[in-house]
Design a protein around this ligand. Structure first.
Ligand code: C5P
Length: 222
């Protein structure tokens, strides 16, 4: 079988990482969560008390920062400068600031460079906002996952409750909508469906149904 590249884009909390992980596992491909890279930089910037509007200080920091994504039994682990920050990057201070950090051109250029280097040999499932449009424009399979903001907030809420975290559905919905707006309206590589991407509305689909739709597309290309 040919080793291909699979790009999965879409708005916040549309289930990208859940399905991307399952597909990577089925194909024995590597899974790369590009959002985790922007989150890792955001985490470090918050802790260094940087001005998140200051592109130069962010890129200066990024150039001296290593971000590693490592597969493990309990999903993908995220390391910054050798330290495990898998849990920390999901906290709301990071989630609600990451779109500010991710809007800067120089930050994106450096992240895209790193992301492309992970995919040079194919056999990769990458999820994000600009994978099909900028990071892997020649990916053999491009998927754009959608779901209503109500559905996405509800899923994230259920996930939080399941993990025993506090969760406020109304607040979640507002935060998701705000992040989508920033990600879609930014100047550099905004959230967009690539022209040749398959759009899948997951609102009334189960995870398994989404996975099997994508696998049908993948099987035609490998
Ligand atoms: O995918 P996740 O929700 O973890 O992404 C966090 C944020 O990182 C997004 O809201 C977006 O601002 C940014 N991002 C991006 N480009 C990507 C992946 C994520 O701008 N390819």
């Amino acid at each position: 079988n040919k080793k291909i590249s699979i790009a999965i884009d879409g708005p916040a909390a549309a289930g990208k990482s859940t399905v991307a992980k399952i597909i990577a596992e089925k194909l024995s491909y590597i899974y790369i969560d590009t959002g985790a890279m922007y989150r890792a930089l955001t985490y470090k910037a918050i802790h260094l008390d940087l001005d998140l509007e200051n592109e130069d200080s962010l890129i200066e920091t990024l150039q001296h920062t290593t971000i590693d994504l490592k597969p493990s039994q309990r999903g993908q682990l995220v390391y910054i400068d050798g330290r495990d920050i898998t849990e920390e990057i999901r906290e709301s201070d990071v989630t609600n600031s990451v779109s500010i950090v991710a809007k800067h051109r120089k930050v994106r250029e450096e992240m895209v460079k790193r992301q492309k280097s992970f995919a040079t040999h194919g056999g990769v499932v990458m999820d994000g906002r600009d994978i099909g449009t900028h990071v892997l424009p020649h990916a053999e399979v491009k998927i754009f996952l959608l779901a209503s903001v109500e559905e996405r907030a509800q899923r994230r809420h259920d996930e939080n409750i399941g993990k025993g975290y506090e969760s406020d559905l109304v607040k979640l919905k507002k935060e998701i909508a705000a992040r989508d707006k920033l990600d879609s309206e930014r100047e550099v590589a905004p959230l967009r469906k690539a022209e040749d991407a398959y759009e899948i509305d997951t609102t009334s689909l189960t995870i398994q149904e989404v996975v099997s739709k994508i696998m049908d597309i993948v099987k035609e290309r490998i």
